[in-house]
Design a protein around this ligand. Sequence first.
Ligand SMILES: C[S@@+](CC[C@H](N)C(=O)[O-])C[C@H]1O[C@@H](n2cnc3c(N)ncnc32)[C@H](O)[C@@H]1O
Length: 255
Amino acid sequence: MEAVNKEELLEKIKFMYKEVAEKPDGEFHFEMGRPVAEKLGYSPEDLDNVPKEAVESFAGVGHYFDFAGIKEGETILDLGSGSGMDAFIAAIKAGKSGKVIGFDLSKDQLRKANMLKEKHDFSQAEFREGYIESLPLEDESVDVVISNGVINLSAEKDKVFKEISRVLKKGGRMAISDIVTEKPLTEKIKCDANIWASCIGGALQINTYKELMEKAGLKVVKEKHHPEYGFLSKSARNASDEFGVKSFSFLAEKQ
Ligand SMILES: C[S@@+](CC[C@H](N)C(=O)[O-])C[C@H]1O[C@@H](n2cnc3c(N)ncnc32)[C@H](O)[C@@H]1O
């Protein structure tokens, strides 16, 4: 669909999110950790109840837990679970009778999330290596799919939404936050794997993004803009201003 070099992009993503897992105090194009989580609407209680190290490496772009409405005993899938902050919050909401499966392509993020799972006894959570374009899960096996700041990074977003639709039970929910744009990005920006890996270059125009969800059988029932989310570096801010790069959350139901 897009013209970015996929191998180069995967290498950049792996490198960038290794740094996010291991050096959360480093310099990134985006904000991280508790300050941005609080700004986006996470409750102090949710943040206090999950491992501090997971909160420090939070690199999400929005807050969708009000949309997700997670209930005790549900099975939740977190796409691009990173160091695990959202997955741990979901695990508390689903309780010990529930189940949370986080998938990520970054071994370093998975190592951190699994270490925290063991240390803090989140027996209802598991973190597995996997690509969100091809999920090793059975059809109609999941109640809720969550994802924060990840789908924009995929060069095959149509496949991602088809996979979400396949694994969700009928009537199941998808609650996600992601980066979208008002205007389509230029080819030059889309081909820059560095800008892509920072959650900008892969962002789709919002109507195109919603069309992909609907085409996959995911009916969008709620959406909200997070004007409080912004990029940090000058180059990222310039692209944001020019193309109207924004963070949105969506709630969709599997038809
Ligand atoms: C911006 S971070 C967000 C992490 C986490 N959701 C959070 O809120 O902190 C994006 C994550 O998605 C993972 N990722 C990117 N593309 C992926 C793909 N195609 N399949 C699986 N994981 C992917 C990265 O390794 C990284 O951990």
